[in-house]
Design a protein around this ligand. Structure first.
Ligand code: PRX
Length: 687
């Protein structure tokens, strides 16, 4: 096959075609109030001060017992942080704030139906609820410190309550994204060997009350197939006294939390003083291929890291109203809806539903009504809101001081809309690069001290020293214009401890590639391989190209899918773009471009040509797509990532793989029919 004939080009020769973007400076008003506005902080986190610099993060927490060793490297790459220290995460996120500001809202929950009332939960109320649920877990389910409990919960306040209740007991929680199937949940229950599943009868999504409990039955069945017996299923009810599911409650296994709670009302549970190194939770990585990896995060290191990055990068102050519009089912929600913001005692907003329900003005109405000061979301949401309601933000009287983009590279065009229209030119933006494995941010600008550059995440964050390495392990110099593998030279407190139950895979996936000496106990010999490709500009800013396999090799030129997509999005009519490789007789591979247009724009040959030309102009003739397919929507995962594998399967007349976890599986057939019919008509179908 032609596709197999391509020659591997070493990373060192990768050409990168990004155009340098100009700096954008933070507004003076933001700088005036920022937590980190004195450049001395950059000095305090210089490499010479590593690892002791992270004492500054750990000191944001209340420790029961102070640690004696900041970083223990005796068993690489299983780093241990703040060894000898003891603390409780629930105490740090709840009790200590309830003691001094009991009536401040800890969480504000916005239900999806607009006619339902927003619910504010004060720190005192949160303290009560966390204690009661901890008492129930202990008294009714018999869970003990070190056990695992799986949650399959939607975006409801019961989720952070349950997380903090586990943390109070030293029980390891594993939240599975509510949108995942029962089977996916069951696999994760089995992997973590949880005996208890916490779920909900239903929740609102796009105006529908979704039956969720039915997935619990599938999950328990799947876990059983994999050898793990769930003893108890705790079911929260979305509406008091009603049951939103068609699935029957199984006698002796399924229990309504509100009924069982009668015995635990007003009960208090002492927070268990945990070693810094005790696991706090497991988060299965959202990878689109391969068996999910249970990323095990620590208590002391993780909590210090999310508190520190929330303070300096999210610029969280207790008096802020902070809204991270991610789902708590992802690491972003764990770190930057629950643990980081609550450790700092701020008010964290949670929204149950879809951002565009009932219309594209919803997020801005929420922001206006609650007085949101700080807004945090992902490029996929930004693109969607830009697509369906480009002028909506102007209609609402809200004022953000700080905004975040996270989860994938953002195209400069989209960044500018976020800055100018969503942020009204008044807000600073941080583009935070990191991964489920990392606990917290790794690449970002420090918002008051380092200017923004659209499309770049910025330099390594405080105390994190990234480096781009080529395939031979040689450093790719800043400003060289070459891309390579994004690595971190040093450990940091938020790094995951291992893959649950699979330490070999942990070492193999993240450390083997660049380890200089397997017997060395010096962290310098163990760079962390992120599996992302990146380039570094002369000013030290990184531009993430996506996972290293997200490159298309055309005639020996490795083109980053993201740079192709960014070029396509410069065309005014384009809302979203995805680049995929197709087998090509001549070039080994060629690029095909899939695009979705803004609403109201009629697809035309003219637009297709404009897109091809934009790519040719921005990147070069080599990148000119063989075809541009205008489609109604992109196939996406529930977390909003475009599934290039699916469209690549269509373009190549191959297998599209499992599409059951997609948010919109129905578009797959629609795209397939159109694209394959047109290809056949021009003789490109399989012979
Ligand atoms: O490829 C990078 C991309 O998302 C991957 C991590 O995804 P996940 O583990 O689901 O964590 C998402 C929340 C951090 C990374 O390997 N990614 C994440 N943030 C950015 C990014 N790519 C570019 N820019 C970012 N800011």
């Amino acid at each position: 096959m032609a596709a197999e004939r391509e020659t591997e080009v070493p990373e060192a020769q990768i050409a990168v075609h990004w155009r340098e973007e100009a700096y954008v400076y933070p507004p003076a008003k933001f700088i005036g109030q920022a937590n980190a506005s004195d450049p001395a902080i950059l000095e305090r986190f210089r490499e010479e001060r590593f690892p002791e610099c992270f004492k500054e993060y750990a000191d944001l927490l209340s420790w029961d017992k102070y640690w004696h060793t900041t970083l223990d490297t005796s068993n690489p790459p299983f780093w241990k942080w703040f060894v000898g220290g003891r603390l409780n995460a629930s105490y740090n996120c709840v009790d200590r704030h309830a003691a001094v500001r009991p009536n401040q809202a800890a969480l504000i929950w916005v239900p999806e139906p607009e006619e339902e009332r927003t619910e504010s939960i004060t720190y005192q109320e949160l303290y009560r609820r966390v204690n009661e649920f901890a008492a129930l877990l202990k008294g009714f389910c018999g869970v003990e410190t070190g056990d695992r409990v799986t949650f399959h919960l939607p975006m409801v306040p019961e989720l952070p309550v349950a997380m903090l209740a586990c943390a109070r007991l030293g029980v390891i929680h594993s939240q599975v994204f509510g949108g995942f199937s029962g089977a996916a949940c069951g696999g994760r229950i089995a992997d973590s060997q949880s005996k208890v599943l916490v779920t909900m009868d239903g929740y609102y999504r796009n105006g529908q009350l979704v039956d969720h409990k039915v997935k619990a039955d599938e999950a328990v069945a799947r876990a059983r197939e994999e050898g793990v017996e769930v003893e108890k299923v705790l079911v929260f009810r979305r509406h008091q006294g009603q049951y939103a599911s068609a699935s029957p409650m199984v006698e002796g296994r399924d229990f309504f939390v509100d009924e069982v709670m009668a015995d635990f009302r007003d009960k208090l549970v002492e927070p268990v003083s945990m070693p810094s190194e005790a696991p706090l939770f497991i988060m299965y990585s959202s990878g689109t291929t391969g068996r999910p990896k249970g990323c095990q995060h620590s208590t002391g290191g993780y909590l210090s890291y999310v508190a520190g990055t929330s303070k300096f990068y999210q610029d969280i102050h207790p008096e802020d109203t902070y809204w991270c519009a991610a789902d708590i089912g992802w690491i972003t929600g764990h770190s930057y809806i629950v643990y980081g913001p609550l450790a700092l005692g701020t008010t964290s907003v949670m929204y149950e539903g879809v951002p565009t329900y009932p219309d594209a003005g919803r997020p801005w109405r929420i922001a206006e009504r609650l007085g949101v000061t700080t807004f945090h979301t992902a490029p996929t949401t930004i693109r969607m809101l830009r697509k369906v309601g480009p002028d909506e933000p102007r209609k609402y009287d809200y004022h953000f001081k700080h905004m975040t983009t996270v989860g994938e590279p953002i195209e400069p065009e989209v960044w500018r809309w976020y800055h100018d229209v969503v942020g009204k030119g008044e807000a600073v933006i941080v583009d935070t690069w990191w991964q489920t494995e990392n606990g917290g941010f790794l690449g970002s600008t420090l918002p008051a001290l380092q200017p923004m550059k659209p499309g770049s995440c910025g330099p390594g964050v405080l105390g994190v020293y990234p480096v781009i390495l080529d395939e031979e392990g040689k450093e790719v110099e800043a400003g060289s214009g070459r891309a390579g593998n994004m690595c971190i030279r040093n450990p940091w407190p938020g790094i995951f401890q291992t893959i649950w139950g699979d330490p070999d895979r942990f070492v193999r996936t993240y450390y083997e590639k660049y380890c200089r000496d397997k017997d060395s106990k010096d962290w310098h010999d163990w760079p962390y391989f992120s599996n992302d490709g990146a380039t570094q500009a002369a000013d030290g800013y990184f531009r993430i190209l996506g996972r290293v396999d997200d490159v298309i090799n055309v005639s020996g030129h490795r083109l980053g899918t993201k740079e192709l997509e960014s070029a396509a999005v410069t065309v005014e009519e384009v809302a979203e773009a995805a680049a995929i490789p197709v087998a090509d007789e001549l070039r080994g591979r060629a690029v095909e471009m899939y695009v979705a247009l803004k609403p109201g724009v009629t697809p035309s040959k003219e637009i297709e040509d404009k897109i091809a030309l934009a790519i040719q102009t921005e990147i070069g003739a080599v990148a000119r797509p063989k075809h541009v397919w205008i489609v109604p929507d992109m196939p996406k995962t529930r977390s909003g990532k475009i599934m290039r594998r699916v469209i690549a399967g269509i373009s190549n007349f191959g297998d599209v793989g499992d599409i059951t976890t997609l948010a919109n599986p129905e578009v797959v057939d629609e795209i397939r029919e159109k694209v394959q019919a047109e290809k056949r008509a021009i003789g490109e179908g399989p012979s």
